[in-house]
Design a protein. Sequence first.
Length: 351
Amino acid sequence: MLIHICCSVDSHYFLSRLRELYPKASLRGFFYNPNIHPKEEYDLRLMDVKRSCEKLKIPLDEGEYKLDSWEKSIKGLEHIPERGARCTVCFKERLEETAKHAIILGEKEITTTLLMSPQKSFEQLKNVAKNIEKRSEVKFIFEDFRSSGGTQAQFALAKKEGLYHQNYCGCIYALLAQRQKQREPAVELSSYINRQILPGSIVEKELLYKHNLPKRRQGFLNYRLHKAAFSEDKKVLPSYVLFYSLPSRKVIKSHWELLEEGVAWSSKGPLIALSLEKFNALSKVKYESIGALFKNPPLVEEELKIRVKLEGEIYSLTPIIILESLPKGKTLFECDAEIFQDVRELLARLS
């Protein structure tokens, strides 16, 4: 039997139950999900599915990541709510590919772990699968493992095994609609050009889920810098903005007062300029230029230590800008940033 797998949270319990119900069947997984966006999220879910299948000793095949093909198939349905026509087309795309792969392998039966997801319509999936069954040489196996406490058992098992529990179905359109409803930014779709590992980012999750250890959830104040530019006498200068820099307005024109060697304060503050030499001294590193700082940025935790040294408070929102040298003329600082409540997972240990 070939099983289309969407994610480890749905698959681990589903595969375990299938093995109990069909002890003589040879089970094989197939990860085909071109709907998952961005690619980093796809890679994270695939990594965790591989880990789950290895633990269950079930072989796994990976389908091609055909994002462009998937986009064409749902064109015109981008803004249809979940469980609507877009989901029908998405199910059809993935299950048809599963049926094709089953025929290549010589498998006679297929099913999908999507049947396990409490966010998906069982009847909608069943209708799509029946139509594929009529037009192909494979039989679709329908099993409802959600009922009679199945969903609760599924989540309990996922927690016990330390599996990655994503908080959106996968496609960019569902994600944007969900975040808009929650009034939260879609941080999954952004990453810094310097590749710094940001709190709550997909990269942070990927590093976390390489460890098969218990996790815990943490509520925290997250931050994203969308864009920033610092210019002096109308000339844009190389600059680096520290984490939690949130100006009171998006454009600040300033003159500067020297606070101490390497540190200046804006006349239109709160706004602090820090020379690269001073930053190096405070952080005990030796960056030769702002460009070098971008290529190999410090950890967010290290940036927050600098903020505490300057402001005495980790959650100070004063913008702190690192420059090659302190400004002397008229300056213009443009910044678009936001802070927001967020939840992330950490290893369960407290120390």
